[in-house]
Write a protein that binds this ligand. Structure first.
Ligand code: SF4
Ligand code: SF4
Length: 369
């Protein structure tokens, strides 16, 4: 049978496999923020079944449902039938874009990346006053959020790399453009080429990324396959740092937020905890952690397109941090830091950091005595 839509050719069996059990509802951050059953994974699968039955088309009327998903994979993790909802939604979004239906925010993002080298259309990134495009053992790849929105966190991360004497260079990096695949568009070949060429020119054997999404993109996407073919290893900074001993500790109560892109999507749960336990004897887990961690609400383009709901999702996560009495929330993704910090209420006294930023602060304090 020829299908009208490509998502159906790939995922028909999975959509039909959804038994409507509803296990996904409790874990869906979009449902948690909106309480609308149509927006959880089951609602989305029911809708796509109707599309497959020819009752409705993938058109503008479905934008709000199908583009409002952080691709957090919490539903997939908890689905007894193994329905890979985020991948199905990403495939359906591709069909929608092809048919001319797309959320304006994502259409805009795609257009921005045709003309600019970062998702914010900014002319210049922060100059971190570091070695750039030089020969080094490692490239440190910052990512758009770290370059243009969370530059303090990036600056502190670079200070930490300097403190522990890592041989690295920055490059004239451009957006990896992996996020476009989440919202129905292809990764930009010309941007991938620029990054690959800049990395290869340094002679580095390892790319350390500050962003878990860039890490996933470099590691898994066909446009970046040349990196692996040329023997270059891509790791996230949390993997790199776990081998170090920093010689500092905090007496504050610390908790850790698992970014979806690092946790559920890459299976990296213990590496950040190994590092955090060394520096924070009073480390506590939030009620939902590791595979069950609540999404901060920033992913899948939701922060840009549905800002209010995105903040509501972050608030639910912050409530969990408050419930365990955390004074410090550490995470490993600038997007999570950004969204959680934007959602923090004035009465909430905890501080939110990227782990390397926090370690750097402790080392700085220790040096100052
Ligand atoms: S948990 Fe899986 S099978 Fe159950 S309703 Fe959700 S997507 Fe369908
Ligand atoms: S991927 Fe996350 S946001 Fe999307 S439907 Fe599943 S649980 Fe909800």
């Amino acid at each position: 049978m020829t299908s009208k839509y490509e998502f159906e050719e790939k995922f028909r069996d999975q959509v039909l496999r959804c038994s409507r059990c509803g296990f996904c509802q409790a874990v869906c951050p979009v449902f948690g923020a909106t309480l609308r059953p149509a927006l959880n994974a089951r609602g989305k699968m029911l809708l796509l079944k109707e599309v497959m039955d020819g009752k409705i088309d993938l058109n503008d009327e479905l934008i709000e449902t199908l583009f409002q998903c952080t691709t957090c994979a919490s539903c997939y993790e908890n689905c007894p039938s193994g329905v890979n909802v985020p991948e199905i939604i990403k495939a359906a979004r591709k069909d929608m874009v092809k048919a001319g239906s797309c959320h304006p925010a994502f259409k805009g993002m795609n257009e921005v990346l045709d003309k600019h080298t970062n998702i914010y259309a900014e002319a210049e990134a922060e100059d971190f006053d570091r070695k750039k495009n030089q020969q080094a053992e490692n490239v440190y790849f910052v990512g758009c959020v770290g370059l243009y929105r969370e530059d303090e966190s990036t600056s502190a991360t670079l200070d930490l790399l300097d403190r522990i004497e890592v041989d690295y260079t920055l490059i004239d990096e451009v957006c990896c453009s992996g996020v476009l695949e989440d919202v129905g568009f292809p990764i930009k070949d010309h941007l991938a080429r620029k990054n690959i060429d800049a990395i290869l020119a340094t002679g580095a054997k390892t790319v350390i990324t500050g962003c878990p999404y860039c890490s996933r993109t470099f590691d898994n996407k066909a446009q970046y396959a040349e990196l692996k073919e040329r023997g270059i290893k891509v790791i996230h900074i949390t993997q790199f740092l776990q081998g170090f001993d920093f010689g500092v500790t905090t007496d504050k109560r610390v908790t850790y937020h698992d970014p979806c892109d690092l946790g559920r999507h890459c299976g990296i749960y213990e590496e950040p905890r190994n590092t955090i336990r060394k520096i924070a004897p009073d480390f506590v887990e939030m009620a939902d952690n590791r595979e069950s961690a609540l999404c901060c609400g920033a992913g899948g383009g939701v922060r840009g397109a549905y800002a209010k709901n995105s903040i509501a999702m972050a608030r639910r996560r912050l409530d969990q941090a408050e419930a365990v009495g955390a004074e410090i929330i550490l995470t490993e993704c600038n997007s999570c830091v950004h969204n959680l910090a934007n959602a923090k209420l004035r009465k909430q006294k905890f501080k939110i950091y990227n782990t390397p930023q926090f370690i750097n602060e402790l080392m700085e304090e220790a040096e100052e005595g």
